[in-house]
Design a protein around this ligand. Structure first.
Ligand SMILES: Cc1cc2nc3c(=O)[nH]c(=O)nc-3n(C[C@H](O)[C@H](O)[C@H](O)COP(=O)(O)OP(=O)(O)OC[C@H]3O[C@@H](n4cnc5c(N)ncnc54)[C@H](O)[C@@H]3O)c2cc1C
Length: 382
């Protein structure tokens, strides 16, 4: 028996969250630090949901995959505490949970996601946890020819980039298949469709939207002052439509003890995903102040945080700063389209679009550890 292994205290890591960032962090830590750490996962939800697949649900496709967190925790040797993080006391390196426990930590990873609120007083704001229920009736009305005009509207701070385009494209194609007419407009604050993916992707997407009869109003700061009316600045333009479908506004998680404030600001992080101004506190994913909210980005941030924590725990790992790269699958065209770009200064460079995947497994959330892990689970379950 190796006595030094039993005598060396393990680094106690608590990960708050049950989404992409949290699971990727847990898997990365297992790979990078192994027995040097023990991991506790704090999550108020029972399952991990594959959120990007939810855009297909209102169109009659199968429901997005869900994975029980208890099974994943058992599988990867993580202790699951089924409750929410309530507050952090960084002076004592402890945190409180919603069910009244106090947990100590050597390092904590905050992966609690963004909060969603409607940006507009009228229209339907999508909530992906019940997208089918929200949009199924609208799609039926499009199929029946009862809805002739729809505006898909994004708030001024762009939330996740893909779903507005996917929903608009799938709606247009459903109308075409059913031989009904629907005029679709997308109003987006971006200066080009999917601007974060760079010029090549934006131009190809603009062509695809045009071919599908979808009008795009870019650099649009929209409001919905009354039902069926979208006001767009600059230019004082007004759209009158049968239905308005809006993306929600995203806010930070507002956790006592954390920067971001009670107003729901995002958690400020440095390039190693350390929370600025706090020791041994890391954050990843939609909860952070990185402006692009995206599953693949959440995973890359989780990997950066895990690298820094593994090095702290004495693992022979060189921590790498988070270097954002976007890879996505856009649904709604004849075939899925594979998009990629590097992100520099908030915009995509090395922009590429193809109908062949350039990464494996070819899935929507590109995550170094989580993607192959889920693929293996899916294969076992099949
Ligand atoms: C419709 C749709 C389509 C999308 N398409 C894509 C796509 O194609 N590709 C892509 O890469 N991304 C896509 N995204 C974005 C992607 O889903 C998000 O960026 C990603 O889910 C963010 O992961 P996260 O772990 O940071 O946050 P979340 O997924 O929001 O997970 C947060 C987790 O934290 C838990 N939590 C909340 N509060 C607490 C607390 N106090 N204590 C502990 N746990 C807490 C929640 O229960 C949840 O489990 C899409 C999003 C939507 C909505």
């Amino acid at each position: 028996m190796n006595s030094s292994a039993t005598l060396t205290p393990r680094t106690e890591v608590v990960i708050a969250g049950g989404g992409v960032a949290a699971l990727e962090a847990a898997l990365a830590l297992r790979d990078l630090a192994g027995d040097r750490i023990t991991t506790t996962l704090l999550a108020p939800t029972v399952t991990f949901v594959y959120r990007p697949a939810r855009v297909k649900e209102p169109f009659g496709y199968a429901a997005a995959h869900t994975y029980p967190l208890a099974d994943i925790a058992r599988d990867i040797d993580v202790e699951l505490v089924p409750t929410a993080l309530e507050s952090l006391d960084t002076s004592r390196s402890t945190l409180r949970t919603a069910d009244g426990r106090e947990l100590g930590y050597d390092a904590v990873v905050l992966a609690t996601g963004a909060r969603l609120r409607p940006a507009f007083s009228h229209g339907l704001t999508i909530d992906d946890s019940r997208l089918d229920e929200q949009l199924h009736g609208l799609i039926q009305d499009v199929e029946g020819g009862y809805v002739r005009t729809i505006a898909f509207v994004a708030p001024s701070a762009m939330p996740w980039p893909l779903p507005i385009y996917e929903l608009a494209l799938m709606t247009a194609r459903r109308a075409y298949d059913m031989q009904t007419d629907v005029a679709i407009t997308i109003a987006t604050p971006e200066d080009a469709p999917l601007a974060v993916f760079g010029d090549t992707v934006s131009k190809a997407l603009a062509r695809l939207l045009d071919e599908n009869g979808i009008t795009v109003v870019t650099s649009a700061h929209a409001s919905v002052p009354e039902p069926g009316v979208v006001a767009i600045r600059p230019g004082d333009r007004t759209l009158k439509v049968d239905r308005v479908v809006a993306l929600p506004q995203l806010y930070g998680p507002a956790t006592p003890g954390l920067p971001g404030g009670p107003e729901g600001g995002f958690i400020p992080i440095d390039p190693h995903c350390r929370v600025r101004g706090l020791k041994n506190v890391f954050a990843a994913g939609d909860a952070t102040d990185f402006p692009i909210k995206f599953g693949g980005i959440a995973a890359q941030q989780a990997d950066a945080a895990a690298g820094a924590i593994a090095a702290m725990a004495g693992a022979p790992v060189e921590p790498h700063p988070f270097d954002p790269e976007l890879r996505a699958i856009l649904l709604g065209a004849d075939k899925p389209l594979y998009l990629s770009a590097r992100v520099t200064g908030g915009h995509g460079s090395s922009s590429q679009i193809s109908d062949e995947p350039s990464w494996a497994p070819p899935v929507k959330i590109v995550a170094k550890y989580l993607a192959p892990y889920l693929e293996a689970r899916d294969r076992q379950a099949a």
